[in-house]
Ligand binder design. Structure first.
Ligand SMILES: Nc1nc2c(c(=O)[nH]1)N[C@H]1C(S)=C(S)[C@@H](COP(=O)(O)OP(=O)(O)OC[C@H]3O[C@@H](n4cnc5c(N)ncnc54)[C@H](O)[C@@H]3O)O[C@H]1N2
Ligand code: MOO
Ligand SMILES: [Mg+2]
Length: 620
């Protein structure tokens, strides 16, 4: 179930009401709630130990359709403790087993648990749970009951699909983890045996459109705030995390644009005595050039003081030279010079203090050249997410291995690794998992320990050995945001988020078919990695191309692999199918530079929207 729950966190305490900063339990509960239900909304409030104030808040939040209200405090034996009474005032049904779960587990920790009078119950669609006032006890008690909250809410809000899915899972031997439990803390040697006849025969996940799926992915993935400073020559393809200003002007001195003679323009055309020679790299002359004088100058050399024009050698002739021809004594300027002709003024390329490179730009080779020019040898860049890649399947073997009967070579992992490398990410090979929950759990644990984003291929469809979603839910408490998308290829694409060792992780379960895996990586993963890196404007271009003979008999829109070329005659873009589009045929991506979106039976459509993911090709 995609758990976006609305929680009210009500601290009941006279002293915290007077001094809100004293409240430790409320903020800690919010932290715990968000850890386990990352998409939830939490509204905090502090009220004194006053029957009416507590009652009013419970009624108001329940009327506003809060899913869960957690109260903390006021459950003890002192005369001011009235939270259970306020709760009993408002609930329509009691939920004593929740109270029992908290009490029985707490008693294993302390006999003081006997002094809690906490009540749990239901008002309309809201579950109200009294927790103790102490931070430690409140968090412990929340831990004992948290895992049943999504199902309780699903029942209260009549979410049939979610309820059915959970019932199915329990029938086939799964359980809801309730603490204290060791299942999340260690590798369990063997899972409950799957009762295949009781498995879901229809996917419990709704089929959503590609646009909606991408919207969810963007919503769940945050743009990084992590910045690192790197040597500029190592910054290729990273995203700038600072505006770069020029601390110095470029050029730093008046530089000649031509090989010729530096002169005073006001002297006009005519004869000049050669005073000196200025080559690139020379220090500028300190003595001012006088009237009727010239300095022979090279492109890039500093223009001498007093000179205000350079005349290219082509517009001059020699008047007097040494007998061996090695020295020019005087030359004739044949064409009247204009003021400042062929001189690059100081700062004419880049003005001192001007903004040269913008934050959020992806650094390309020319950016690095500009950084070099400015002497900016260290740059701040945004850190990329760390990414781990896992293949799954009993049939998978290494590409270098000889094939045994029934086995196939792992094409997906290397494809994904190299696709990500092409976009300048540095993914980790996290191995191959077998088609069983223990192996998948083990591989995922390792991958989540090392990476922010984990990508698997295979094991996400309807087969009895497709266990990825089961493991995500049961072993990692993940929220699966979607698991079916209306697209071909890529229907079972699965996206989840979870908290692992107190860190938020992103999970993509790509379908095992190699084309499905590649296409979904292009459609979802590359753009979202760009987004997470703050390359916010990244989008593969979508063009309209003429595409004869693209056929699709599937009700799902097909992302047809095409080669888009530019017609030399008309300049029109033309898309050619790469052949058989079955999801196993990875060759359909060979030579493709675009994905044409083809709706079912649109035989007569001549123009299609094509997402370009590679260079355009000219007709040869
Ligand atoms: N009853 C249904 N069956 C299937 C459905 C469905 O809706 N109902 N969907 C089909 C679609 S669409 C796809 S796509 C696949 C996706 O399957 P999984 O993600 O579960 O992947 P697997 O079953 O593990 O493998 C599918 C296919 O791909 C080959 N494969 C897997 N990994 C690799 C790899 N690393 N390198 C190369 N090839 C790989 C695997 O051998 C299978 O042939 O499910 C359909 N079924
Ligand atoms: O959706 Mo599957 O990826 O067509 O073969
Ligand atoms: Mg499968």
């Amino acid at each position: 179930m995609s758990t976006q729950l609305k929680f009210g966190i009500l601290t009941v305490s006279d002293s915290c009401h007077l001094e809100p900063l004293k409240d430790q339990s409320g903020p800690k509960l919010i932290e715990e709630v968000l850890k386990h239900f990352p998409c939830s909304l939490c509204t905090p409030k502090i009220v004194p130990d006053h029957l009416d104030e507590i009652t009013n808040t419970l009624v108001q939040w329940s009327n506003e359709k809060y899913n869960v209200i957690l109260t903390t405090g006021g459950t003890g034996f002192s005369s001011r403790d009235v939270t259970p009474e306020a709760t009993l005032n408002v609930i329509e049904k009691k939920a004593p087993a929740l109270t029992y779960a908290m009490t029985s587990n707490s008693l294993k920790i302390t006999p003081m648990a006997m002094l809690s009078r906490a009540v749990c119950g239901i008002r309309s669609q809201t579950l109200i749970i009294n927790l103790p006032g102490s931070k430690k006890a409140a968090i412990e008690c929340f831990g004992f009951i948290k895992d049943v909250i999504p199902h309780a809410v699903a029942l209260l809000t009549d979410q049939k699909e979610s309820v059915a899915s959970l019932h199915n899972k329990m029938q086939r031997g799964g359980s809801i983890d309730v603490q204290p439990s060791t299942r999340n803390n260690e590798m369990t040697p063997s899972k409950v045996k799957l009762k295949v006849a009781a498995r879901d025969r229809k996917s419990p996940y709704p089929m959503i459109e590609v646009s909606k799926a991408f919207e969810i992915v963007l919503r769940e993935c945050t743009q990084t705030q992590c910045i690192e400073t790197v040597p500029f020559e190592k910054s290729l393809n990273r995203v700038l995390a600072e505006d770069v200003h020029a601390l110095e002007p470029v050029p730093p001195f008046r530089a000649s644009i031509k090989d010729g003679y530096a002169v005073r323009a006001e002297d006009g055309a005519g004869i000049r005595r050669i005073k000196n020679v200025a080559a690139a790299g020379d220090k500028p002359f300190e003595n001012e050039l006088q009237s009727q004088e010239a300095v022979r100058i090279s492109t890039g050399a500093p223009v001498p003081a007093g000179a205000n024009a350079v005349v290219q050698v082509e517009d001059t002739s020699v008047v007097e030279a040494s007998t061996d021809g090695s020295i020019e004594v005087s030359v004739k300027i044949e064409v009247t010079p204009r003021l400042n002709q062929d001189i690059r003024q100081i700062g004419s390329d880049v003005q001192q203090n001007s903004l040269v490179l913008n934050k959020y730009h992806r650094i390309q080779p020319f950016h690095i050249g500009v950084l070099a020019m400015l002497g900016k040898t260290k740059v701040k860049i945004y850190k990329c997410a760390t990414i781990g890649i896992i293949s799954t399947g009993n049939e998978i073997c290494d590409p270098g291995e000889a094939l045994e009967p029934g086995k196939i070579r792992d094409a997906n992992k290397v494809t994904l690794m190299n696709l990500l490398k092409q976009y300048s990410y540095n993914p980790r090979d996290c191995g191959v998992a077998k088609d069983n929950p223990d192996s998948v759990k083990y591989a995922l644990e390792k991958a989540f320990t090392q990476n922010d984003v984990v990508i698997t291929s295979g094991g996400v469809s309807m087969g009895e050995f497709d266990v990825i979603k089961q493991v995500l839910l049961e072993d990692f408490g993940a929220t699966i945001h979607f698991a079916r998308v209306n697209m071909k290829p890529g229907k079972p694409t699965t996206f989840a988020t979870l908290i692992y060792k107190e860190k938020r992780k992103i999970f993509f379960g790509l379908p095992g078919n190699p084309v499905s895996c590649g296409v979904t990586c292009l459609l979802y993963i590359i753009p979202v990695l760009r987004y997470m890196e703050n390359s916010v404007n990244f989008k593969f271009p979508v063009i309209r191309a003429k595409a004869p003979n693209l056929k699709n008999n599937d009700p799902r829109p097909e992302y047809h692999r095409v080669q888009v070329k530019i017609s030399p005659d008309s300049g029109e873009l033309v898309a050619y199918s790469t052949g058989d589009q079955i999801s196993s045929r990875l060759n359909s991506l060979i030579g493709a530079n675009g994905l044409a979106v083809v709706k079912q039976n649109h035989d007569d459509t001549l123009y299609y929207e094509v997402m370009l993911f590679d260079e355009l090709i000219g007709f040869s």
